[in-house]
Design a binder for this molecule. Sequence first.
Ligand SMILES: Nc1ncnc2c1ncn2[C@@H]1O[C@H](COP(=O)(O)OP(=O)(O)OP(=O)(O)O)[C@@H](O)[C@H]1O
Ligand SMILES: [Mg+2]
Length: 255
Amino acid sequence: MDIRLDAISHAYGETEVLRDISLEIPAGRIVCLVGPSGCGKSTLLRLIGGLERASQGRVLQLGTPPADCLNPLTYIFQDFALLPWRSVQGNISLVLEDHGIRGARADATIDDVLARTKLSDFSNALPRQLSGGMKQRVAIARALAVNPAVMLMDEPLSALDSQTRELLMDDLVALWTRQPFTAVYVTHNLAEAVRLGHYIVVLSRRPGAIREIVEIDKPLGARGYGDADLEVIQKHLWDLMREEARAADEELLDV
Ligand SMILES: Nc1ncnc2c1ncn2[C@@H]1O[C@H](COP(=O)(O)OP(=O)(O)OP(=O)(O)O)[C@@H](O)[C@H]1O
Ligand SMILES: [Mg+2]
């Protein structure tokens, strides 16, 4: 299933937040969203996820969701949002129970997603017994359990220290390489964007409009740290972001 954003604009009262965003999110691809703080990235994610309705424009779901998809649009939050009193498998079984899935089918799904996120040995652990990186892997496992068409990830690694982030980047690349998933991934970190994104959408300062879409066709598994091609792209992205941030500052001075 692909997602198409068709001329999305959004305002909160008098505040225009997003302007005329048209974008394709193709199945099996990771689309990274970058842009200055406050430009509307989280808002766009909420509109895609249907948590809010755009003032103008449409979010279209094209084609059929994957087999066994319980929830086409599934969020992964920065703060993991795990229930502290439920074990790792208990947190995952909860979302399956919500969809009436119990017993052997639930167990098989839980085993599968724990294996994919390398958490099989921790199925009975409570969240407080896990590191931050592992908690986020549980949140990813829980999202995968509903076999979403698109995972909506809002700065999922930003609560983690830099070493853990790098390890989780490797984990996400490995996870995607074994079984491609579709994601919209919001980040402030351009190194993350060039490591993970098939497409990087640069939003302008508020009201966020598409400034540029950069496609990176190098396979995720072939991208490494210190990769010269990626550094060139990252520098280009940084130049765009700097321009937007400077222009936003100047507009503030004009007020
Ligand atoms: N529910 C809301 N009501 C009113 N204004 C809102 C609401 N949510 C967001 N805004 C405003 O919309 C603008 C965009 O916010 P949003 O959180 O989408 O930006 P962002 O790009 O995710 O920022 P950041 O990079 O800091 O996470 C901001 O000016 C924010 O104050
Ligand atoms: Mg945000």
